[in-house]
Design a protein around this ligand. Structure first.
Ligand code: G6P
Length: 368
């Protein structure tokens, strides 16, 4: 096992740096010849059947649930289909009314999570076809689903999911494009989207170059008692994921919020002992995110800004700035994930934590 780790201190570190290759593998063979959409061999649904779908239900647990939230954003935005995201553990018990043309999709890295399997069975019992997005070929969920998409991210050993998460984000983005091109998305917008997906491995490589800078930042913040992660729209789930990673492996309490929700509660936590990580990108919400940052600054909270290149931040607003390449909306969540993975990894390492085997957690939860 140690041999497979190579020169890396932990599997988690290895898997973070493997992401360009994992994403390449996730995309291999998935683009249609016309260059404007994706193709999947295993959906077992015709184009006509997919056009009949009028809403989606996505179910998962943990990190995969965050990936579903990003997929919801992209499917609604590009395909115009309403999407509901549920915790598999809640769906199986809550008797959700599902309209007949709802397509159910479960997402699970391992394909063995018992709650996700139970959600799949519950949806099938009610007469729905269920697709599975999973990383493990031949897993129970893959076998029981009516069709699906394999991630092909390669085996993931670190308990805290990294490359499997970004590959789930990529599959979600590809599925959103697929559904969009069967509806109203134009050829040209589809071609731009495909070009953006193809560029992902290179963009992730660029984001990974910030690793030494992020390691220095991590060392300055390990004394934090709590930490907030704040993002908007498709980056809100990445804020949740950043907070989850940090809690899982460093045991520092962290929460993710949409930045505008700060004033409705989490702002009460702000102090010098509670730094905030903000995702800052261009667009209509840029100035709103800046004003959330100002609210934190006014309360002497430290700010780590994860900011796309080319954006100018007002002087002295952020204590630390981590740059990520600017890119298409469908791939930005993938690129923005890299710095929060690295930040939590280096903080946990600095604290001497057992990064690959955090206390109380299991890689795959097969009991309820
Ligand atoms: C466990 C793991 C998490 C994972 C979750 C769902 O809690 O520790 O990293 O996100 O299960 O796992 P799955 O294999 O279904 O994606």
């Amino acid at each position: 096992n140690d041999a497979q780790r190579g020169d890396y201190a932990h599997f988690m570190e290895k898997e973070i740096f493997e992401q360009p290759a994992a994403l390449e593998n996730t995309m291999r063979g998935r683009f249609a010849a016309d260059g404007s959409t994706t193709q999947f061999g295993g959906l077992n649904l015709s184009a006509d059947e997919l056009r009949q779908v009028d809403r989606l239900l996505l179910c998962a647990c943990g990190t995969a649930w965050h990936a579903c939230l990003v997929a919801k954003h992209l499917i609604e935005r590009f395909a115009g289909l309403p999407v509901e995201v549920d915790y598999a553990s809640e769906f199986r018990y809550r008797n959700a009314p599902l309209s007949p043309r709802t397509l159910c999709v479960v997402m699970s890295q391992s394909g063995e999570t018992i709650d996700t399997l139970a959600a799949l069975r519950e949806a099938q019992r009610k007469g729905h076809r269920v697709l599975a997005i999973t990383n493990v070929v031949g897993s129970t969920i893959a076998r029981e689903a009516d069709g699906g998409i394999y991630q092909h991210a390669g085996p993931e050993i670190g308990v805290a999911s990294t490359k499997a998460f970004t590959s789930q984000l990529l599959v979600g983005a590809m599925l959103a494009l697929h559904l969009a091109r069967l509806r109203s998305l134009s050829f040209n917008d589809g071609a731009d989207y495909v070009a953006a997906l193809r560029a992902v491995p290179q963009l992730v490589r660029q984001a990974l170059e910030q690793a030494p800078h992020i390691a220095q930042i991590a060392a300055r913040y390990v004394q934090a008692a709590d930490m907030l992660f704040l993002g908007r729209l498709a980056l809100f789930p990445i804020a949740l994921e950043g907070a989850l990673k940090l809690k899982e492996i460093s045991y520092i309490h962290a929460e993710g919020y949409p930045a505008a929700e700060l004033k409705h509660g989490p702002i009460a936590l702000i102090s010098e002992a509670c730094p905030s990580v903000f995702f800052v990108t261009r667009g209509e919400l840029f100035s709103k995110v800046l004003s959330s940052m100002q609210e934190v600054k006014a309360r002497r909270g430290k700010i780590i800004a994860i900011c796309t290149t080319g954006l100018e931040l007002p002087a002295d607003l952020a204590d630390e700035v981590i740059r990520i390449p600017d890119c298409h909306e469908a791939v930005l969540p993938i690129v923005a994930t890299i710095p929060v993975q690295l930040l939590s990894y280096y903080m946990a390492r600095e604290l001497g934590c057992d990064v690959d085997k955090p206390r109380n957690l299991a890689k795959s939860v097969t009991v309820e």
